[in-house]
Design a protein. Sequence first.
Lengths: 321, 286
Amino acid sequence: MIVAISIGAVNVPLGDVWGIVLHHVTGTGTAHPDPALDQIVWNFRTPRVVLAALAGAGLAVSGAVLQTVVTNPLADPIVLGISYGATLGAVLVITLGGGAALAGLGVSAAAFLGAVAAGALVFALGQRRGRLAPTRLVLAGVAVGYAFLSATSYVQLQATPSELRTVMFWMLGSVAGAQWGQLPTVTVVVIATVTLLTLFGRRLNVLLTGDESATALGVNVNRLRAVLLLLTALLTGTVIAVAGSIGFVGLMIPHLVRLTTGADQRRLLPLTALLGAVYLVLVDLLSRTLDRPNEIPLGILTALLGAPFFLWLLRRNKALD
Amino acid sequence: MKLTVDRLHVTLDRNPILREVSLRAHKGDIVGLVGPNGSGKSTLLRTVYRSLRPADGVVRVGEDDVWTLSPRTAARRTAAVLQDGGGNTTGLTVTEIVALGRAPHHGLLGRDGAEDHRAVAAAIDRCGVRPFADRDYASLSGGERQRVLLARALAQIPQLLVLDELTNHLDIRARFELLDLIRATGITTLAVLHDLDLAARLCDHLVVLHEGTVRAAGPVLDVLTPQLLGDVFGVRARTERHADGVIRITYAADALADGDGDGDGDGDGETTAESLPSTGTAVRRI
């Protein structure tokens, strides 16, 4: 992370970065002599790297859990419509809410509400005979996703060019706008939900055996699905609210971890969080450096890296044939 | 632990699936549940492992109605091996699958302790899955998988075993191995079996389900009469205890008992005639 902070439009020597971060975190040492550098490192780079790590961890763990909840290896927050719910919420505020005035908290809150609304809708539509049916959940997710997407497209037509630029940037996902003020909430939510979801690891393992077997192993399958779906909607909603809709992380990272360490969720989820964090920090680094001094939105890069992975996964996974 | 099913009614989508079903398994009994496809066998099992709530009637494991128990308490008493019970467990090793049997013994914060490791190791040894304990479940053969799932069930330390078509698609040796394993556990067992010969070999008692009701119940020889085999399964056959003590079913050459096969009589009238007489043997209805 320190390395990631040091590289950017302006390169800062590693030692200086370390000094600045240490100074701010512990209050010891001396402030950096160059206030501009201090500003860049502490107020722009550091929150952004921290946010990238949190977003990566959150999205990756959401994907891992959703794949188990709907027993579908292709599930992630986008497939289940949750991301599009967040997008609609954000885009509504950006275009109708008076743009800049409501930006910031307004956009984040709306995105969060959108995610939870989409999650709840998918949850309600995914039931059959009072039980959550995995296939129905996926289909409901896709349908809800399209509905939210078309609504988003309509709203965009009403947008002014400058609003449209904000919308585009947001839809493609980015951690460029990270501010210290946003981080406490995101940190708490990500750490709390990831911890809680990891505690559910044993039950997630049981859920892999199928609904009937899981029931016979003492798991209340319906309630477990409901709880997990709500937790992931909360997690995804929180992340997307501040970082925009970043795709493929939730799909790619859990599968990479599964390939190397197996599917035991008690190991899988913490490692997925870790790898997700590292991955998004690196991708964010690329997004800042590939086209210096311009930025490439994160979502473009994750999709660019994720799509070939997705195809490789399809070819490799015989169970999908 | 004993199992008591008392006047059970089950409806799915307003269709009655089970009507007035009662059965009893004493401690240590192996009770076979047989009947044609669609007779309600699996549905009955679902009510026992607490997956399906009956419209009326009770299922008691020990003295308690299973629906008064929490899911975890019920799962500490009853373990089930179901068809395709491996689910989508690609990526889990055999040991990890067997360890899932410890799930009902833990809450959210529970960690694996010495007792868990002992139970898992004992189940792995008992079912002979040690040689492939570290392999991915998905890479196993059908017979190996069933043994793993049985080991998972035994790791639950259950007092009632519920088995759904445990021996389906297995080669003959694997079938006999599994039957021996189950007998050796001494655990009260309710087993759905398609193969009547295997059922006759394994079970102390049989319960015959037909169109959602119990047609007959009791000791194997009393239940599998030519009359019942004809009425319920549509085959001509007779059941006898052979000199070696094993009960075997002999199917007639012209085995189909449904009318149109009747007239042909391709030379072998003897078996057919012999299996036909409908002696009203003492079949206990419950």
